[in-house]
Design a protein around this ligand. Structure first.
Ligand SMILES: Cc1ncc(COP(=O)(O)O)c(C=O)c1O
Length: 353
């Protein structure tokens, strides 16, 4: 519980950051897309949402204003009041149906209230609510075995925490303790969380605050983005969506854009990092919050080799790209044809268990 008055100033600062982000043109180099007007109808749905019976819309807004810190900013001038979800559908307080293409910032992986997940939750609620890790519990062991079976190579030990930020916090700590080194590399435009520790990894100005120590030992390198970055052509990334810039790549030379971005990474190693003494490099396998950014083919594999040659470990952040989200592969890093040393994950994880 927090006193609202004492929090208002902090909340204003947080809200200012978030509003700036909404208003910012992060990808200002992109030419504005001309969107064709598309007429489409909602697919049929045989599910009937129960009628909304909670507090009125106005009452919800009033409670929000009085009792919820203002850093949490809903979208839209008239924010949706969602009260029911069923698979891909969401329903508002007036009974309108929406096709959910967002899944709560890609957190709901298998649809809302999926009957199979609901059955498992119900069974557990009626069996045992809480115990502690000073005792054994069968489920965590069964889950660890099934989860690690999904990983290649030596990725066979798992540590459970509560969120993506916590997973990245722990990965930073482990990398630093394991290597005895301090320096960590991430990409500009990366999002790895908002805890005081991971805020340093995150390289989007609107998700950062001027706190002492946040950037301690963290280096943000040029984002290897062949779509909006300095270099990149129509075949540089593994995607049906490509830039219309011409590609200089040939089968002999490989990806030219990838090579140029890699040169930039090497320069940071050459000039900014203690030689042979880095702790880690973090990368989302596909950047999520930064706008679904894919890297040039082959870049990540080479970057991981460079990091390891300098004493560090490579950490794949699969919080958004893991659990089959990229389609062809179960993990996003598999699309880069390499095996990371640590993988962090969260969001729809429990539904897939
Ligand atoms: C790639 C990535 N890493 C880490 C996080 C932080 O996860 P959480 O919000 O569970 O702390 C997020 C959240 O959106 C994310 O997208």
């Amino acid at each position: 519980m927090m006193s609202k008055n004492s929090l208002v100033q902090t909340a204003r600062l947080l809200r200012h950051g978030i509003q700036q982000r909404s208003a910012s043109t992060l990808h200002s180099k992109a030419s504005p897309a001309v969107m064709p007007e598309i007429q489409c109808e909602m697919p049929e749905c045989d599910y009937q949402s129960p009628q909304y019976s909670g507090p009125s819309y106005e009452k919800v807004l009033e409670i929000r204003q009085k009792h919820i810190t203002p850093n949490i900013v809903p979208h839209f001038k008239k924010p949706l009041l969602i009260h029911n979800g069923h698979m891909q559908w969401l329903f508002d307080h007036e009974g309108r149906r929406y096709l959910d293409m967002f899944g709560g910032i890609v957190t709901v992986s298998v649809g809302h209230c999926h009957p199979k997940v609901n059955r498992a939750l119900e069974k557990q609620i009626n069996t045992l609510w809480h115990t502690t890790n000073i005792y054994l519990h069968p489920k965590i062991h069964e889950y660890a075995e099934r989860l690690t079976a999904k990983f290649p190579g030596e990725l066979k030990a798992v540590c459970f925490v509560n969120s993506g930020s916590e997973a990245n916090d722990l990965a930073m700590l482990m990398a630093r303790l394991h290597t005895g080194n301090q320096d960590i590399i991430t990409f500009r435009n990366a999002y790895h969380g908002m805890s005081p520790y991971t805020m340093g990894l995150t390289a989007l100005s609107t998700w950062r605050f001027p706190l002492p120590g946040v950037s301690n030992g963290i280096h943000h390198v040029m984002n290897p983005d062949p779509y909006l970055g300095l270099w990149g052509g129509a075949a540089c990334r593994d995607s049906p969506i490509q830039t219309d810039r011409k590609c200089d790549c040939t089968s002999e030379s490989g990806c030219m854009a990838g090579a140029r971005y890699y040169d930039q990474l090497e320069e940071v190693f050459k000039y900014s990092l203690p030689r042979g003494r880095v702790a880690a490099m973090f990368a989302e396998s596909i950047q999520g919050v930064g706008g679904t950014v894919q890297y040039p083919k082959g870049y990540i594999k080479k970057a991981a080799e460079l990091v390891r040659a300098n004493g560090g470990v490579f950490i794949a952040d699969e919080v958004q790209s893991g659990f089959g989200r990229t389609g062809e592969h179960f993990w996003g890093f598999e699309g880069h044809d390499f095996i990371p040393d640590i993988v962090t994950m969260a969001k729809g994880e429990f539904e897939k268990a």
